[in-house]
Design a protein around this ligand. Structure first.
Ligand code: UGA
Length: 438
């Protein structure tokens, strides 16, 4: 099928790659000329494992190209994906100005039946909004063209996008007509996954409810971790035992220094805002936001309890992206932690396998090392902020020999604490109880 994807950010590029992979012909559209030029040369503006070779391959085959002209792209297209950004406004709502602008543009050039698909995460009612913006333009042109707007939310995780798109748990299709439903089913025919067909409003809510539920699960275990810490209980064991119940499931029960990224914080705020606009206070969401915001303070409290005053102490943070396998540092808990440690007067060094440059731009005074071993040199404590595999797999005996102290604060419960204690580290994991410190 002939597909247009508008927006070449994270969602747009991964959508183009995954639809291209299953045999569709894709045109990617963006207003940024330089980005388009680079994309046509196979240079990606995002870091996502495995996506670059897929894009390069599709470009070589001639089944994908990028352009700044939506008009050109729309000539033969059957489906248009809207994958533009929806940045957060100061009151927590997503800013729909790019979605609105795209809808108007589509209305300006549409001359035959097309299915327009909302891929960006947008509030309930946005498909109807897009529909009426397109209608307005068609009315101005005195044209009567039928079209459908579908909500097909994205459930990809950064760092695992290709894996998720090849093998999704489900595909949610919010369709308002039989014709749109058939076209969307044909589009995803090659993907073996359950398809949940519903209304656009339901689909829009499924996305927010899913992300907020996952954020709730993480926050629940983080609050449990705080209690486990007080009661000398190991939250990792608790999560394992809980997760064996199929009704609970083992996923998203990893306690840590809080969730970050461009999705959970923004989507929980947006859903809370949707509640407020409907005169309903979402008290669970409010608690989640509060606990997540204070998780790094709680963590730092534990660091101070073990190390005393932090002024002048050398502390090394390993893993700075908001999660492994991405260079994304948006809302990364490491940012909060660096800021708080600097305020306490600590001398902070950091290392991340791919996000170093981004951190350097925000914290020019923080020493950023090119590898984990040099980052650990002379440190009194090492803090794990992100569980990159290459950080877990470090030679910890060597790290110990390079350090000037022996504290390890494992903000992701990713390391083998017992093994590290044998190496004479003082290990502390989130909610694994302070009595582990010898
Ligand atoms: C999330 C959702 O998982 C995707 O399904 C969704 O498509 C995406 O948002 C989106 O809306 O675009 P993502 O933000 O890429 O994906 O990352 P996750 O893997 O969900 O992790 C989010 C945060 O939660 C990270 O900071 C991670 O460290 C943290 N986390 C995750 C925990 O603290 N504990 C866990 O058990 C799992």
């Amino acid at each position: 099928m002939k597909i247009t994807v508008i927006g070449t950010g994270y969602v747009g590029i991964t959508t183009a790659a995954s639809l291209g992979e299953i045999g569709h012909q894709i045109i990617g559209v963006d207003i940024d000329k330089l980005k388009i030029e680079q994309l046509n040369n196979g240079i990606l503006p995002i870091y996502e494992p495995g996506v670059e070779p897929v894009i390069q391959n599709l470009l070589k085959q001639g089944t994908l190209h990028f352009t700044t002209s939506l008009q050109e792209a729309m000539k033969e297209t059957e489906i248009i994906f809207i994958a533009v950004g929806t940045p957060q406004l100061s009151d927590g709502r997503p800013d729909l100005k790019y979605v609105d602008e795209v809808a108007r543009e589509v209305g300006r050039y549409m001359s035959k039946y097309i299915v327009i698909v909302d891929k960006s995460t947008v509030p309930v009612g946005t498909a109807e909004r897009v529909q009426s913006l397109i209608m307005e333009q068609l009315n101005l042109r005195k044209l009567s063209v039928s079209f459908d707007v579908v909500s097909n939310p994205e459930f990809l995780q950064e760092g695992k996008a290709l894996q998720n798109s090849r093998n999704p748990d489900r595909i949610v299709l919010g369709c308002s007509s039989r014709a749109a439903e058939e076209i969307m089913l044909k589009l995803y025919d090659n993907i073996d996954a359950p398809k949940h067909i519903t209304s656009p409003r339901n689909a829009e809510m499924i996305k927010y409810a899913s992300n907020s539920f996952l954020a709730t699960k993480i926050t629940f275990i983080n609050e449990m971790a705080r209690l486990c810490d007080l009661l000398a209980v190991d939250v990792v064991e608790v999560a394992k035992g809980m997760g064996m119940d199929k009704r609970i499931g083992p996923y998203f029960l990893q306690a840590g220094i809080g969730y970050g990224g461009s999705c959970f914080p923004k989507d929980v705020s947006a859903l809370a805002m949707m509640g407020r606009e409907a005169n309903m206070e979402m008290s669970i969401l409010r608690s989640i936001q509060e606990i997540n915001q204070t998780q790094t303070d709680w963590f730092l409290g534990r660091v101070k309890e073990s190390m005393g005053v932090l002024d002048g102490k050398r502390i090394t943070l390993l893993g700075l992206a908001f999660k492994p396998d991405t260079d994304d540092i948006r809302e990364a808990p490491s940012l909060k932690l660096i800021q708080k440690l600097l305020t306490e007067g600590a001398i902070v060094t950091g290392f991340d396998p791919v996000a170093n440059n981004k951190i350097k731009n925000i914290f020019p005074n923080v020493k950023i090392s090119e590898d984990a071993y040099s980052a650990a040199k002379d440190a009194e404590a090492v803090v794990i902020c992100t569980e990159w595999k290459e950080i877990i797999d470090l030679d910890w005996r060597t790290i110990k020999s390079l350090m000037h102290g022996n504290f390890i604060f494992d903000g992701r419960n990713a390391l083998d604490g017992d093994m590290l204690q044998l190496e004479e580290f003082q290990y502390w994991g989130v909610g694994r109880s302070l009595n582990k410190i010898v």
